[in-house]
Structure formats: C-alpha cells, structure tokens
Design a protein around this ligand. Structure first.
Ligand code: GLU
Length: 442
C-alpha cells in the first residue's frame, strides 16, 4: 500500500517551501488511496517546541491536508537505539572523538589541497585503549555510519537517474556525543518500519538520500521510491531562504491568502502543467503527477497568490462567508445581495469590511471642482433610501433630463460622489445596499 509522510522538524512555522513537500506527499498518498503520515521529527529536544507542533497541525488543517496518523520520533528512541546496535554488530558503526574544531581544521586542510572535504575515517584506526583514553578525556564519542565505497544509484521521481560516489560523501554522524539520535538514523528506521513507499523532499536532501539508501539496505530493507523537488527561489531567481520567515503559512493566512489559491499554485508551480485554480483538494488529487515536475529551481512570487485568492472568492456562494458577513453587521435580508455585489470587488476577505462600512456609513465623496454644481443638482434629485434595483436608472434619467449630461460625464461623477472610488460594483446593483448616501455630503 502506498504510504507517504510529511516530516517537519518542529523548530519553526511551516512556510511555502515546506508546503510543497507536504502537498506532494499528500497528493501521492491520496491519489493511490494510500496513507499519509504526519511525522514530527523532534529528536532534538532543545530546538523542538510543542507550540510549533500545534502550529504545524493547525496550518495543515487550515489547508485541508488531513493526515491519517501522527508519529513522533521522540517516542521511538528505543527503536533507533536498537537499529544502532544492529549496525554496530555489523561493523557499520564506529565511534569518533574529533571535536568540531578539529573537524573544521581537517576540512580546511583538505580544501587547501584541492581535495573534497570528506571525513578521513581517522577514528577507524583507534585501538580500544586509545578510545578508552579519549573517552576519559573527552566523554562519549559520536557515532558514524560506515559507508560502503561504491556508487549509490536510484531513479529519482523528479531528477531521473542519480548516481553518487559514496567515497565523495562523509560517513554520516548518526548519534551525537551527548547521545542524541540524529535525523538521518531516525528517518531511516521510521521509513522502514512504517512501510513508507514514497519519499518526496527538497533537493537539499539528495546526498542524505544516498547515505540513507545504504543504511536502509544494511538494516535489511528495501528503500522507498525517492523524488526530490527543486527549491523555491524569489521571482528573480534570488534565494528565498532568508525570506522564508515572512512566507510562513500563518503569515500568508493573515494576509488573506485563501488555502485553495495557495494549494492550486503549489500543485503546479515548477511543473510542465499550467496553474489552474481548483475548487477543492480532491480536485488537485485528480490532476497530480510528480513526473511533470522539473529539476530547475522554481520561481515563486507571492503576488501570484492574490489574483488566485480573488478568483477563488468570486466563485464562493454566500454560505462560505455567511458568518463573516453577519459578523460585519450586514442585516440578513441584505446578505445575499451584499455578497453578490462585494465578491467581484475584493481581493481578500478583509476587503469586505471596507465595502460594508462604505454602504452603511456613506463614502467620503470625491468631487472634482468642475462637477460641484452638477453633483449638487443630482443629489437634490436623489430620494431617501431604501433603494431598489430601479433606483439608479430612474435617478440618472432624471439627472440627465435636468442637466443634459450623459454617458461617462454623467455616471462617473455620481459614482465618485457616492462611493469615493472610480471603480467598483455596478451602480444599479449597489444602490439597494446604500444606507446613508447623504451622510458625508455636508
Ligand atoms: N525533518 C526533515 C526535514 O525537515 C525531514 C526530511 C525528510 O523528508 O526525510 O528536513
């Protein structure tokens, strides 16, 4: 059975970059009728925060990406210890005592000599007595997985054929000196024991994948299918890493971005298919195909989210916003008309408040000097509210008779006088919603 997982570390809020990972894994699972696991990678007790765990769940809920179960790495430490023992017995796990400074020095030396900065395996030569001495001096060592120096190959779901020379990669550290299990080991044990069949993650994990494939095989299992999506850049191709903080899902939500706008963009951005606004997560599942995505960095422009948000809102029935409209104080009998008129003229839901305030309280009129007399004459002909569908036609006909103005010269000053804006809803539709047209006309 197809099983995928989204495996965030709860050390921050999820952002647009993580969202792609979550969404792709979600869509693969749903398309195959499989299982989507939310795995919390919280083996680092110092950096992991419970608040972030809650926030991640809340953000996924907001998007409608529902998981089938939650797994927490912090609750599976005994499983990782057991796997570590097995690797140790196989002679694939060795203890090292270099300090970070020593490792840094080694790397610098290698780079100076034009060599790749790969760990030199000096610790493999230590005798038991030497290790005892080092342990007494420095405390417990850290543990590395001993890679077999062969080419590691897989067919990547996005990148195609990959072949990595294991000798060009440092033996990965799996357990730190303080005993903390690192993600690489935990992830391998989880993917294997949880029956994960497909792993989609960012292309920053390609080297990890190479080492993880060897570890999975060493532990007697078959690796899942891997796909590495490209990383997002800004619209000009600039790195997004520094800006991801402001591109968190909660930030976008606070700015009024609608979940389906975000998901519709992310399900297609970087693929050979055009972005299409979809009405539901289920509709996204239909058209999703990971092989349509390319390896090149994907340009992301947050401004693209707003037209999609507007289009999404335009298509919503009153029921989708009834509570919010009631909360603004729009009377029930005007709610349907208010929404029909307003939805065409908003970018985000937050814009509704401005339209209602204008309708309820009257707008600050905009009147050009040369239109002053004309507007005054027209206002004198306007009856008191309530208005109906005919009010605009009847009124403007009377104004035309009185003043001789017609066309834009007639309509535009009246629109500006009543709404304060040169654009907006059809005036005929708007009139029945106007409660105090004269309030701000001196
Ligand atoms: N916790 C890891 C990360 O956020 C998960 C990577 C993976 O998908 O294996 O980078």
């Amino acid at each position: 059975m197809t099983t995928t997982r989204f495996a965030p570390s709860p050390t921050g809020y999820i952002h647009v970059g993580n969202l792609r990972t979550a969404l792709f894994n979600y869509l693969i699972a749903r398309k195959a009728g499989g299982t989507f696991i939310l795995r919390i990678d919280d083996t680092d007790p110092e950096r992991s925060k419970e608040d972030y765990v809650d926030a991640i769940k809340e953000d996924l809920d907001w998007l409608g990406l529902h998981w089938d179960r939650v797994e927490r790495q912090s609750e599976r430490l005994d499983r990782y210890a057991e796997a570590a023992d097995r690797l140790r017995e196989m002679g694939r796990f060795y203890e090292c005592f270099e300090t970070p400074t020593e490792l840094d020095l080694k790397r610098k030396k290698q780079l100076n000599m034009g060599k790749p900065p790969v760990y030199d395996r000096a610790a493999l030569a230590l005798s038991d007595a030497e290790k005892d001495t080092l342990r007494a001096e420095r405390g417990q060592g850290h543990w590395r997985f001993k890679l077999d120096h062969e080419r590691i190959e897989w067919v990547d779901g996005i990148l195609g054929d990959i072949s990595i020379d294991a000798a060009s990669v440092s033996d990965p550290v799996l357990i730190r000196g303080d005993g903390q299990v690192l993600y690489t080991l935990a992830s391998v044990v989880d993917d294997t024991e949880m029956g994960v069949t497909h792993v989609v993650r960012g292309s920053d994990h390609v080297t990890n994948t190479a080492t993880q494939i060897q570890m999975i095989r060493a532990l007697g299992a078959e690796p899942p299918a891997f796909a590495h999506h490209s990383l997002l850049t800004g619209p000009q191709g600039e790195a997004l890493s520094k800006r991801l903080g402001t591109l968190s899902l909660r930030d976008l939500r606070a700015r009024g971005v609608e979940p389906m706008a975000l998901l519709s963009l992310m399900a297609r951005l970087g693929s050979s298919d055009p972005v299409e606004l979809r009405g539901s997560v289920d509709e996204l599942v239909e058209g999703f195909d990971i092989s349509r995505f390319g390896a090149a960095p994907t340009k992301f422009d947050e401004n693209d989210l707003f037209p999609l948000t507007a289009r999404h809102l335009h298509a919503q029935p009153l029921d989708a916003v009834r509570a919010e409209i009631a909360a603004l104080g729009v009377p029930d009998d005007l709610a349907e008309r208010f929404w029909t008129v307003a939805r065409e003229n908003i970018t985000t839901r937050a814009d509704l408040a401005g339209w209602w305030a204008m309708m309820r309280d009257g707008a600050d009129p905009v009147i050009a000097d040369e239109d002053r007399n004309f507007v005054a004459e027209a206002m004198a002909l306007l009856p008191e509210p309530p208005y109906d569908d005919q009010t605009w036609a009847t009124w403007t006909a009377a104004v035309k008779d009185k003043t001789g103005r017609k066309g834009k010269g007639l309509f535009m000053p009246l629109r500006l006088a009543l709404t304060g804006q040169p654009r907006g809803p059809e005036m005929a539709d708007l009139m029945p919603l106007l409660q105090h047209v004269r309030a701000k006309h001196g």
